[in-house]
Structure formats: structure tokens, C-alpha cells
Ligand binder design. Sequence first.
Ligand code: IDP
Ligand code: MG
Length: 155
Amino acid sequence: MADIQKTLVLIKPDAIQRELVGRVVVRFEEKGLKLCAMKMTHLDEVTLTEHYGHLKEKPFFPSLLQFMMQTPIVAMVLEGLDAVDTVRAIVGSTNPRVADAGTIRADLSMNVPSNMVHASDSVEAAVAEINRFFKPEEVFNYEKFTDKYHFGEGI
Ligand code: IDP
Ligand code: MG
């Protein structure tokens, strides 16, 4: 049984610099994921240290933070059936050079940390990350005519 879930996506500074924000958004939209929240924000060290806490001991951690603060980023909440795994599948694996062709990272990037997007990796992480980047009133629940295709029985 599939669950309706929400997940967090960040469009990283390399995508902003390379003017690929629209290309990223369209991939999620055309899949059938529902846009529930979206904003541009400039991340700070405190937020990033929390967000990338699992990487704090890695040698590349300081450069990852520097990279993520180069420009503002675009944060989004997407909703859909099994949205956490569905979005991760569209995003592709961390290293864009070995990511599956057809994924955002494989098709549009070459390197780390500049791999275009962040996506939550579990339902628990998605809840924590949505709360980190959005106030409850910034996340919208609304009906669309296409819900029956993307969320319901598909008929
Ligand atoms: P994920 O983004 O696919 O979930 P994580 O392991 O959580 O991958 O790493 C978070 C981010 O840190 C990556 O998306 C990438 O931008 C960066 N990163 C991961 N590994 C490396 C590395 O070896 N060198 C530089 N940056 C890295
Ligand atoms: Mg991760």
C-alpha cells in the first residue's frame, strides 16, 4: 500500500548559478508531485550544521557549508504517493557520475557537493526537515483536479 507523504527538496546554489531552477521544478511537477510550499532563503551555518549533522566529521564538511551558502537556495515541499522514495528516485544517487541516467543529478550535474538538489531520505527526516525550513502556515494542503490520477485509484 502506498502512503501519501510530504518531503523536502532544496535546490542548491549550483542550480541557482546555472539557471536550472525551472528545469528541476518541472521534473517534479510533470511526475505528478504536488507543490505544497516554496520559498527562496539564504541558509546560515547554524541551520546547515543541523541539516548536515550526519556529515559533521567529514573532511569536506566546511566546504559543503561554504558551497551551500554561496547563493540563496530554493526550498520546496512536495506531496505524493510514497513521496520520500519517489523524489529520491527522481533525484538520483549522491555522486552524479554514477547516478542512473534520467535522474536530475545524472542528467544535469557532474560533481559533489554541486549535485543540484537535496531530498529527504526517510519519512522521519522529511518531517524534521519540513519543520526546519517551513512554518506550518507556509505549507499548503489543497485539492487539484489531477489528484484522482496521482493520489487516488488512478481512474
Ligand atoms: P544525499 O544528498 O544524496 O542524501 P549525503 O551523503 O547526505 O547525500 O550528503 C549530503 C551532501 O553532501 C551531498 O548531496 C553532496 O552535496 C555533499 N557530499 C556528499 N559526499 C561528498 C564528498 O565526498 N565530497 C564533497 N561533498 C559531498
Ligand atoms: Mg542525505
